[in-house]
Design a protein around this ligand. Structure first.
Ligand code: NAG
Ligand code: NAG
Ligand code: NAG
Ligand code: NAG
Ligand code: NAG
Ligand code: NAG
Ligand code: NAG
Ligand code: NAG
Ligand code: NAG
Ligand code: NAG
Ligand code: NAG
Length: 435
């Protein structure tokens, strides 16, 4: 243990003179990570067979082809005690072949592998945490063949031990990952903060990590999903290339969600540019669930190589703009993309509804132009929108996802002269209403 610790200290001294590594644009995770996480379907009941079976299902169900690259372990993979040398040890019953063997098999199947740890003394399920062992453990993860670390927030040391804020606590592992990357000359581990949003993590997360959970653990029912969507409506500025709000593991196919709720959940998470980690039991996943998770037009926007930002509300709808309401969040959302303006209409009501908007309510739409409408769920071209668009009969808790592409000037002679601005004027200063 002493020798390993000394090694880490030596590395730190050498690196003190090295240039500061910018955790934000460190070359990994420019785009959201797509993959699988074991927690929601299996909690602690994981083992190497399940991991490899899941990877094989990701492949055979076409999810790998659709873009899902990672298979990530969550908590409970470790022995309760470190080795005599102070190293983390895979649970010998659950992972008898060891992690080098398992990650080699995942890599052979074309996947990257992710692991889970904790910033405090223990993980949330009581396995060893990485506090005061950050560089050692990051090195262990990398040596085992993992390239991704989800880092939890349980069992925080007492104040007179840690003497850090939440930012500083996460910076410890962020610095260790940067150091390791310099010494090993391998890309930094993708660093996924699981801090639960208690300290405005969307303000500072990009300084230390690639993604940050914005809330406590997700649950597989609509009230839980709508409350996360409500939170998201106020913090979309947190997301861009390399650093993003993590809305948590996908519950598509879990709990008591309806078909439309499954679709709304996937759509919102994808268009928020959240990491998309599948959390359903793939052995039991219906073709409809796989189809939802494989919507290539929506995944393409999540993986947009040109625009890294999230969609944001342009109108709340039922409730006044900027109203926080866990049950009835914002309904009208848009954002730019490589190919045009993306619009999400979310029917938060418990009954079907028509959803109308004027195109220029979205800041990304050009006034005086008309737009070709692409429906990203029916995968159809739905004609040309002039001035406004109505989606009819959007189901309860259902979603409409559109791509609006500029189709040239709108037809001449349309009134009013300006579609939404109340102060619309001619060059000589005469307002259209004549005042
Ligand atoms: C694990 O460590 C604890 C305390 O350090 C010790 O009491 C316990 O006996 C150890 N367990 C095993 C299985 O070695
Ligand atoms: C992994 O372990 C399995 C079973 O223990 C063994 O058959 C296989 O040869 C090992 N593969 C590698 C790459 O070590
Ligand atoms: C689903 O479960 C949640 C939580 O138990 C509950 O609030 C909700 O009403 C349920 N929805 C349906 C449609 O049963
Ligand atoms: C949505 O997920 C739920 C999980 O409760 C499942 O029962 C339901 O059939 C799913 N609907 C589909 C096929 O989208
Ligand atoms: C996953 O689904 C399979 C097939 O339906 C089932 O046998 C298994 O028990 C499920 N596992 C869990 C943890 O629900
Ligand atoms: C833009 O359109 C091209 C051609 O259809 C497609 O390959 C690409 O994935 C789209 N990009 C986005 C961000 O949707
Ligand atoms: C949420 O919005 C609904 C519909 O407008 C309203 O009835 C309810 O009182 C609101 N809840 C809160 C907590 O404001
Ligand atoms: C929607 O735009 C059309 C022009 O394309 C216009 O005739 C119609 O009145 C508008 N609808 C509303 C409700 O503003
Ligand atoms: C787009 O067109 C398809 C095929 O006609 C239709 O099923 C779908 O509801 C339309 N989408 C919208 C948002 O109106
Ligand atoms: C949509 O545009 C029409 C025509 O300019 C206007 O009367 C209406 O108030 C607008 N609605 C919204 C929600 O902006
Ligand atoms: C200002 O311009 C409008 C047309 O754009 C015209 O109808 C109006 O007569 C002009 N007013 C003056 C005072 O020139």
């Amino acid at each position: 243990m002493t020798q390993i610790r000394l090694g880490a200290v030596t590395a730190a001294v050498v690196l003190a003179t090295a240039p500061v590594v910018n955790a934000l644009a460190n070359g990994v995770a420019r785009l959201p990570v797509l993959g699988y996480n074991t927690w929601n379907a299996y909690a602690c009941n994981i083992d190497e067979n399940l991991i490899l079976e899941t990877a094989n299902l990701m492949k055979s169900l076409g999810l790998q082809d659709a873009g899902y690259t990672h298979v990530n372990l969550d908590d409970c993979w470790a022995e309760k005690n470190r080795s005599a040398e102070g190293l983390l040890v895979p649970n010998s019953e659950r992972f008898p072949s060891g992690f080098n063997n398992m990650t080699a098999q995942l890599h052979a199947l074309g996947f990257e592998a992710g692991i889970y740890g904790d910033s405090g003394w223990l993980t949330c399920a009581g396995y060893p945490g990485s506090y005061s062992n950050e560089l050692l453990d990051a090195t262990t993860y990398q040596n085992w063949g993992f390239d991704y670390l989800k880092y939890d927030n349980c069992y925080i040391p007492f104040d007179d031990v840690i003497r850090e804020g939440t930012f500083g606590k996460y910076q410890r592992m962020s610095d260790a990952i940067a150091e390791l990357s310099l010494t090993s000359r391998q890309p930094p581990l993708i660093f996924s903060l699981c801090e639960w949003g208690w300290s405005q993590v969307w303000i500072w997360g990009a300084q230390v990590g690639n993604s940050w959970r914005v809330d406590g653990d997700i649950e597989s029912n609509w009230p839980a999903l709508s409350s996360i969507i409500n939170l998201a409506s106020f913090i979309t500025q947190g997301t861009d290339f390399y650093g993003r709000n993590d809305m948590d593991i996908l519950e598509v196919g879990n709990g008591n969600l309806t078909y439309d709720e499954n679709k709304s959940h996937f759509t919102a998470w994808a268009l928020f540019k959240s990491p998309l980690l599948i959390g359903t039991n793939l052995s039991a996943a219906s073709p409809e669930i796989v189809e939802i998770l494989s919507n290539r037009e929506i995944l393409a926007i999540n993986q947009d190589p040109v625009v890294g930002t999230s969609i944001s509300p342009f109108r709340w709808g039922l409730n006044a703009d900027w109203t926080s309401n866990d049950s009835y969040p914002a309904q009208y959302w848009s954002g730019p993309s490589e190919n045009g303006t993306v619009v999400m209409l979310l029917n938060t009501l418990d009954e079907p509804a028509n959803m109308f908007f004027n195109l220029t309510e979205s800041p990304w739409i050009r006034a005086g132009r008309q737009y070709a409408v692409r429906d990203l769920w029916t995968h159809t071209d739905n004609g040309t929108a002039v001035r406004n668009f109505t989606a009819t009969d959007v189901p309860a808790h259902g979603v409409v996802a559109l791509l609006l592409q500029d189709a040239g000037d709108e037809p001449a002679g349309i009134y009013p002269l300006c579609s939404v601005y109340y102060q619309c004027s001619s060059e000589n200063g005469t307002l259209v209403d004549g005042s």
